[in-house]
Structure formats: C-alpha cells, structure tokens
Design a protein around this ligand. Structure first.
Ligand SMILES: Nc1ncnc2c1ncn2[C@@H]1O[C@H](COP(=O)(O)OP(=O)(O)OP(=O)(O)O)[C@@H](O)[C@H]1O
Length: 673
C-alpha cells in the first residue's frame, strides 16, 4: 500500500503514470567464546583446540537441545500426484556435538535442515508437518538464538575479511558495546576461525580473486556467530571445496560444537577424515531415515543388519555407497532401492521398539539416554540491547558502499573505457556538425544516441551488480542488522558521485567534438541533463534488480523495459501521434525527458541554412515545434525526470522492504514426542 501512496505522491495526476505495482551486554558475546565440553561427549582427540587466550572470554554459552519427530514434507504435484520429500523423520541434536545430516543427492538433507531451522521456503505445493522442540519447548516459545549458514556465500567482494567482520559486528552488536570491546570480539572470532593470515585480503569475486572457498565459508560462519547463536545450521558447508579446505571448515564446526554450540550440518559425501569429526549422524535417503545416532556406532549398527563395512574400507564411503540409489541400470536401481527400503524398515522397527523404553524420546537414538536440560532452563540472550541508531547505520552502510564502488577498479576502468570509446565514435561520426538542413537530422540523431548511450550504460552496470548485492542485503535484513531506508540512502549517497563521472566524461568529449551549441552555459546544462538521466536509468536498474529473482532475470527485464522507453523517447514517435491510451508512456520515459531536455538546450538560437530550393527549418525553434517540444522548457523536463527518478527509488525501497523471505509453517503432527 505504501508503494501506491508513494507513487501517487511522486507522479502528478496530469501525467497519469500507471503505477507498476510489483510492485546484552558483553557477557553475552563472551558466551560465544565458551569452552564447553558436553558431559556426554567423548574425548575430542582430533578436535582442534579453541584458540582462546582471554580468561574473561571463557564463559558458558546457553545449551540448546533440538529434538524433532514425525517431520514429514509432502510436495503436491500435478493432479493428485504427490512426492514425499521427508517421511516421518525423528532425531535430535545436542549441545557440544557436531551432528551431520548425510545422504545422497536429493535425499532430503537440505529439506530437513530447512524444516528444523524453520526456514523451509514457502510454497503452496508443500505440506510440512511434524514437531520440533528446542529444550523441550516449541521453537516459537523458546528464546534460543540460532544461525543458518547458507550454501552460497554472499559478501561485498571489495571489502577485506576484517572489514566484513567489523561491519557485521558494528551493525549487529548492541549500541551499548564499546569500540574496543567490538575490536576484541572480532580478534577473538578471527583466531577462532583461523582467519588471522587473511584478514587484509579482499573477499573477492569471480572476476577478482580474493579469499579461497574455504576461507569464505569460515568468514560466513564468523558473520553468523556474531549473533551468539546456541544453534548453528550449516547447509553443505564443504560443497565446492577441496579436501583440505573442507577439512578445515569441518574442524571449525567441531571447535564450535566443542565450545558449546549445537551444530547441525548437511553434508553430501564426506571423506573419512571428515567423517571421524562427526559426533552424531542422521542418515537420509529418498527422504527416509536410515540411521540416527552416534556417528561412530553407525557401521556397527549396519553390521548388525548384515551389512558389514569391509576391512580397510572407510565407514564414510561404505555408508555413502550403502544408502545411494545406483541408477547405472534398471536392475541395480531396483536392487539398491530394495536395500534402502529394508534399511528404512529396520530402522523404523528399531525406533518403535526403543521409543517404548523409559527416557527415550527421539525415536531409536543409538546411545545412552540424554541427560538434558535443568541447566538449559531460562535461556537468556547475551545480546539484548538496541542495535546502532539510524545515523550510525547510515554512516557504516555508506562507508561499505563507498569502499565497494571505489575499489572496484576493473569495473570503473571498463566504464571509463566504454564511455570514452563511445564518445570518440560518436564524435567522429558527428564531427563538428554544420548548419545545413541535413545536419538537423544529425543533431537529433546525436542527442538521441547520447540519451540512449548514457541510460544503457548505467542500467547495465546496475543490473549486473545489484541483484547480487540484494542477496546480501536480504540476509542481513533477515537478521535485522539495519533498516531499508538507511541502506538505500547510504547506497545512493556513496555511489552517485562515482556514477556521475561517466556521463560527465562522455558529455565533455562529445560536446566539443560534435560542435554542439557554442554557449558555455549550454554545455553545463548538457552535462547536467545527461548526469540526471544516468541516475534515473540506474534507479530503474535498482527497481528491476530488486524485483527480479536473479541477475539473469534482471538482465532480461531491464533492457526490455528500456526499449519501451526508447521507442517513446521522442525521436521515433511524435508524442502527438501516440494513441490516447498510451499517451502516458512518453511522460514516463526517462529517454524522452533526457532527449527533450537536450533538444530544448541545443536548438534555440541556432540558425540553419535552407536547402537548395530555399525551404526547410531555418530556426532552431522550428525544429522544436516539429518535434512537439515547443511548449515546454529544460526545467520542466528536469522536473519530470526527477519525478521518474524518485518513483524508481520509491519502488526499489518498497520492493526491498516487502521482499523478506517467507517460510513454510510446520503444522503439528498428530503423534507428539
Ligand atoms: N520446494 C520444492 N519443490 C519441489 N521439489 C522439492 C522442493 N524442495 C525439495 N524438493 C525435492 O526434494 C528432494 C530433496 O531435496 P533436497 O534439496 O532436500 O535434497 P538434498 O539431499 O539436500 O540434495 P543435494 O545434496 O543435491 O543438495 C529433491 O528431489 C528435490 O528436488
């Protein structure tokens, strides 16, 4: 609704634009640094030690036990057909332990992790049921802190690892925490994550190398730890990493578990050195549960079912092979599915039998009964407190945007080259235009291509960068790090000065080369019109980027919209000939406002020679009349352009504000834990 009101305020009724609706304290932080050994944990012989030298930092993190039962997820397909993504899954994850959800691709690992984290993407085709308890309470009634590290890392590529952590700390820790305390917090995180050596390294991107995949993953974990979560979910933390990096990431998770966090990670096919780091294991295949219990007991359990791990064979490989469907031939597919069905049935009957025993809740868990919870009662947050104020958010976010844009030398250089090249090409095509009748067309052509070139170049730049940034912003906003208004304001304030350089460069070269109106005041207006048009086009890119689901989608939608604005740009169709129904389109066209302003700036005062027959337009005003641009001024066009610009900013704001991810609620299952 905000969107419509805002749009109505921005756009005058006369223009009748249709509105495109789319339209704590330090103590709590230190809890993070706790070295907590679960009473139930075995000796972590191969656990890397938690590098924590500060005596004040050793404090206990609130323990969280996660239990789940009857978690079922059914996807309704076309007609009455359904697909069971998860079938009646039970289990638990304990504080101080690293629980791995393992299974073949498509086995349901991510779906289970999402369901347990309460972050299953909302869909009307999904029916999610089950019970998830945190320390014996429904998730909504528990005041625990949790974090979810997604499979895809998303960072500002031009910031260093240290700046990324500092920024996250400054935005997310309560305002009451002093600067030295924040710095101390960051250094502890850094040593804990083993990132000390790369703190000055930029995060990097595909086009500019920076941190390695493993370092990025550990940085992602670091950013999530700032919320001091007791419960940490990780989706496929080792995917895409080499063996060494994967090992280091899992060691980090193991350290975190050892310091009191409850860590749940989905892992596709771990190698044996990683497998030995798991405390507990949930095995899934085809959405069915095959095992849930201590990782080191798994091989023995399957051996009791007649599936013995061959001597010298890694248990990780053995389990991965055992629960995978072999699609190499119809016979092997049927055989492997049959094996899985038998293992599922065996686990089911075991859990039914075990759940009848006293003290057992999460069906069939292989280990001693859980000694839970008196210590967990009354979990409190160490991070209570107001986050930093609007002005601090604005300053921090502007600094981040500024660093991102100013340090992105390859992009800036490419933009300079592109603008200089096109200015030189246009300059040579329209070199020192004369005052013949034919040069009227040349002048109009130049002004039109100048308007189009300026708009396209800033649109393309925004469309290529903003959808990726939006992912980071969506994640940060989901953690309530800041509000949309300071984010957008800071972004614009930081980026506009750099963004102005390129149209100015283009304008400064084309104006003298093409021999446009000789009055110096006209040059200044020419530069101003191009710069404003460039900002408006960039704002269109922001609105499209905020709305589109991916960079690819944004890159398809943006130019398509721009083509419409070009057609109604004043050069191809005379606005008096536009059908009544579409008459609002030229007013909404940023190209039209730019082109019209450029023409009104250029033609008055110019005199042209008549053609050989003594006819033609000899006065610049006649050209404006011919274009139907005669009853308006540069100021009018600039005002309309500012309205269009404000509309796109407003649309971007509303889309970003409304665009929080929504999750599928879990309906309670009939059978309780
Ligand atoms: N919202 C959804 N709509 C349609 N199918 C879905 C949805 N969510 C999950 N699935 C399907 O459920 C199955 C399990 O998916 P999930 O992503 O949980 O598997 P996974 O074990 O994490 O696989 P991978 O290791 O390949 O990521 C897959 O076949 C997937 O296509």
């Amino acid at each position: 609704m905000d969107f419509f009101i805002g749009a109505a305020l921005i756009i005058s009724p006369a223009q009748t634009f249709p509105i495109f609706a789319a339209v704590g304290t330090l103590k709590g932080i230190q809890k993070l640094l706790t070295i907590h050994r679960s009473r139930r944990s075995k000796t972590f012989s191969n656990v890397h030690s938690v590098h924590n030298s500060s005596p004040t930092a050793v404090e206990k993190i609130p323990s969280v036990t996660l239990e789940w039962s009857n978690v079922t997820c059914i996807l309704s397909k076309q007609g009455s057909e359904t697909k069971t993504i998860l079938n009646n899954i039970q289990g638990r994850a304990l504080p101080g332990r690293l629980t791995a959800i393992m299974g073949p691709s498509g086995g349901g690992k991510t779906s289970l992790l999402n369901a347990l984290a309460g972050q299953f993407p909302q869909s009307r085709h999904i029916d999610l049921t089950g019970t998830v308890l945190v320390n014996g309470l429904p998730r909504s009634a528990s005041h625990h802190r949790q974090a979810y590290v997604e499979q895809e890392d998303a960072f500002y590529s031009m910031l260093t690892a240290e700046e990324t952590l500092q920024m996250a700390t400054q935005l997310r820790l309560p305002a009451s925490i002093s600067s030295p305390e924040r710095s101390a917090y960051v250094s502890t995180l850094v040593s804990k994550l083993g990132l000390s050596k790369v703190m000055d390294t930029r995060v990097g991107s595909k086009k500019a190398r920076g941190l390695s995949g493993g370092e990025k993953k550990r940085l992602s974990i670091g950013c999530e730890l700032i919320g001091s979560p007791s419960l940490l979910f990780m989706d496929e933390p080792t995917t895409g990493l080499d063996a060494f990096a994967a090992q280091k990431v899992v060691c980090t998770l193991k350290d975190l578990a050892a310091s009191g966090h409850t860590v749940l990670a989905s892992i596709h096919q771990p190698r044996s050195s990683i497998f030995t780091l798991f405390d507990d294991l949930v095995l899934l295949s085809e959405g069915e549960l095959l095992y849930c219990g201590e990782a080191c007991e798994a091989a023995q359990y399957f051996s009791s079912l007649g599936r013995t791990c061959p001597a010298g064979y890694s248990p990780a490989d053995f389990l991965a092979d055992l629960i995978a469907v072999d699609y190499s031939s119809p016979e092997s597919e049927a055989a492997s599915k049959e094996t899985i069905a038998r293992l599922v049935a065996a686990w089911k009957s075991r859990s039914e039998a075990v759940s009848l025993l006293p003290g057992q809740k999460a069906g069939g868990w292989i280990s001693a009964p859980l000694d839970s919870s008196a210590e967990n009662a009354g979990i409190s947050s160490g991070l209570n407190g107001t986050r930093v104020g609007w002005l601090t958010q604005l300053r921090l976010l502007a600094l981040r945007s500024w660093r991102q844009v100013i340090r992105d030398k390859p992009t800036n250089m490419a933009r300079v080259i592109a603008n200089v090249t096109s200015a030189l090409i246009f300059g040579s095509i329209f070199f020192r235009m004369k005052k013949y009748q034919s040069s009227i067309q040349d002048r109009l052509g130049l002004l039109q291509v100048a308007a189009i070139n300026t708009a396209m170049s800033s649109l393309v730049k925004t469309l290529s960068a903003f959808p990726r940034e939006r992912v980071i912003v969506a994640r940060e906003r989901a953690k309530d790090s800041y509000s949309t208004a300071p984010y957008l304001t800071a972004k614009l304030a930081a980026e506009l000065p750099i963004g102005a350089i390129f149209p100015l460069l283009f304008g400064l070269l084309t104006y003298p080369l093409c021999g446009l109106h000789p009055k110096p005041g006209r040059l200044l207006k020419y530069l101003g019109i191009l710069t404003l048009e460039s900002f408006t086009s960039s704002a269109l890119g922001l609105a499209v980027g905020a709305m589109a689901t991916s960079t690819e989608a944004a890159s398809a939608i943006g130019p398509a919209v721009m083509v419409i604005w070009i057609v109604f740009g004043g050069y191809y169709v005379n606005q008096d000939n536009v059908p009544r129904l579409l008459r609002w389109l030229p007013s909404a066209s940023l190209i039209k406002q730019g082109f019209q302003a450029l023409c009104i700036n250029e033609f008055p005062g110019l005199e042209f020679q008549p053609d050989v027959s003594g006819r033609g337009m000899t006065d610049g005003h006649q050209v404006l009349t011919w274009l139907s641009f005669d009853n308006t001024s540069v100021a009018d066009c600039v005002l309309k352009q500012i309205r269009i610009l404000a509309f796109y900013y407003w649309a971007t704001f509303c889309i970003l504000k409304a665009g929080r991810d929504s999750y599928q609620p879990m309906r309670p299952s009939v059978v309780q834990l």
